[in-house]
Design a protein around this ligand. Structure first.
Ligand code: HEM
Length: 473
């Protein structure tokens, strides 16, 4: 037989080519459909971890919750606050809490199929819990504080649906706590108004706005990460120069976030933050592991719940950045310089624990970043042209953490040594007593909102960032 006879005819060539093309398209479609987009994790291209629209109020069956929240700030004051203004609200606070104690446990099933209602229910109930706990007069006994079942049971139910801790979180205070100034304009930091405020002060408003600004600035960073993860290959020159440019963009974003954090000093008075706002944020463990903490009535094994307060340590943007650059908070990698003794003593589980305070979908998004088959640090290690831009981004993040440490020191450590009376309108005597008691117990000043050894923790985070650098540091 002639060899030429064995070759496919032009028609067969054509058919083969078409089949090949079709199977390539089908494969691409399959892999595209397998690849989860940020939207699958409730991460919006324009608003990042913020919902694309403000959360609407709950349906009428839950009106009592909404009403109690809308009245809380005018009726309640910190239980430990002995100022005249606070004392004037004692009776209305007493009544507000006793109404909540008399409420039935409302079933949340009707909300479970609607993500935004679940988020709204979490926000409302978590704010009510913190209002309830911290407006109650301080008790001298060692019994745990009982959070009534009318709040505890539905809050735990919606939290399980959302995969988030059943307590006030960064999402409740920042991501979900806003409405549009002008509903006809798109969501932007200028068009956002924060709604719920414990202290009602401009400082509190500015504190949430600062965190929101950092979060907004991070959206471009999420796009950079997404584009990197979707690059078809990492070998050709064009791709490497794109990655290099994107690392430079990332460095600028991190520097901007540093400026935003630094900006807090101009708009949030440290006294107001420490004495008027922070006490409302405290969670069950804020007074230390020996203190009785909270019990969620009607919730089995409530001692196992995650009940620390909100912290910007729960910001998914910052976690995404750490994961993308491969900052090793848990000290699992052998990196230079070796961790100091104080680094080793710090709480290495903090960042992981903070993820339990994020909405479950955002946590899943972070897990998807963590399992990236193409870690950028590895690529930079193998690609001389990327080493410097990568290290520049890491150095910017290290500078951010240095600066953040100074802010935390000013707003927490220094303020814990201040007297509340130094700021007019601050609650005085009982606050001092509270601080002295916690100091005597070896707690208080050095502990963060989440009950962590503050300086050890923040330094360990800064040092882990420094160890991410490729060049000797
Ligand atoms: C007045 C302003 C601020 C103060 C006093 C402050 C204080 C603290 C404290 C005490 C912690 C330790 C964890 C805890 O217990 O909560 C912490 C952690 C953290 N904060 Fe802030 N913070 C401030 C603003 C911000 C802002 C605007 C951001 C930006 C997103 C931020 C990002 C973080 C991050 C990511 C952590 C986790 C630890 C780390 O990554 O180093 N903070 N902060």
């Amino acid at each position: 037989m002639n060899v030429v006879d064995l070759l496919p005819s032009p028609h067969q060539y054509f058919t083969l080519a078409v089949e090949l093309l079709q199977s390539t398209i089908a494969n691409n479609r399959r892999s595209l459909s397998k690849r989860r987009t940020p939207l699958d994790f409730d991460v919006d291209i324009n608003t990042g971890f913020f919902p694309p629209q403000p959360l609407a109020n709950l349906p009428p069956a839950y009106a009592a919750w909404e009403l109690a929240l809308s009245e809380a700030s005018e009726k309640l004051s910190l239980g430990e606050d002995d100022s005249e203004d606070a004392l004037a609200k004692r009776a209305s606070g007493e009544q507000w809490r006793s109404e909540i104690l008399s409420w039935p446990v409302i079933d949340t099933e009707a909300l479970h199929s609607n993500l935004r209602f679940l988020q709204r229910a979490h926000l409302v109930l978590a704010w009510l819990v913190h209002y309830f706990v911290h407006s109650a007069p301080p008790s001298n006994d060692d019994a745990p504080f009982v959070v009534p079942k009318s709040l505890a049971v539905p809050l735990v139910a919606v939290s399980r649906q959302l995969g988030i801790a059943p307590v006030l979180t960064f999402a409740d205070t920042v991501l979900w706590n806003w409405e549009l100034v002008d509903a006809s304009l798109p969501v932007s930091i200028e068009n956002m108004r924060f709604v719920n405020l414990f202290s009602g002060t401009e400082d509190e408003l500015n504190f949430y706005t600062t965190s929101a600004k950092a979060e907004f600035r991070g959206i471009e960073m999420l796009r950079i990460i997404d584009e990197y993860n979707n690059l078809p290959n990492l070998t050709d020159l064009t791709t490497i120069s794109k990655v290099s440019r994107d690392l430079t963009r990332l460095t600028a974003i991190i520097n901007d976030i540093s400026d935003i954090i630094q900006g807090v000093r101009a708009v949030v008075d440290p006294h107001v933050f420490y004495w008027d706002l922070r006490p409302w944020f405290e969670g069950s463990d804020a007074k230390g592991p020996e203190a009785p903490g909270w019990v969620y009535e009607g919730v089995p094994a409530s001692e196992k719940l995650d009940l620390s307060g909100p912290s910007a340590g729960q910001s998914s943007v910052m976690h995404a950045l750490d994961l993308f650059l491969d900052v090793d908070h848990k000290l699992r990698q052998r990196r230079y310089p070796a961790p100091s003794d104080s680094n080793k003593r710090a709480d290495h589980g903090f960042m992981d624990r903070m993820r339990r305070y994020m909405p479950g979908k955002h946590r899943e998004y972070l897990s998807s970043l963590a399992s990236s088959p193409r870690p950028i640090r590895e690529l930079a290690l193998q690609t001389p042209a990327l080493r410097e831009p990568f290290d520049n981004a890491v150095s910017a993040l290290k500078r951010l953490r240095d600066l953040h440490m100074r802010i935390a020191c000013l707003y927490i450590v220094t303020m814990s040594r201040s007297t509340p009376g130094a700021h007019a309108g601050c609650p005085v005597a009982s606050m001092m007593d509270r601080l002295q008691i916690s100091r005597a117990a070896g707690k208080g000043p050095t502990r963060g909102t989440g009950g962590n050894e503050l300086s050890l923790l923040l330094k360990a985070g800064r040092d882990a960032t420094r160890r991410t650098l490729l060049k000797e540091n």
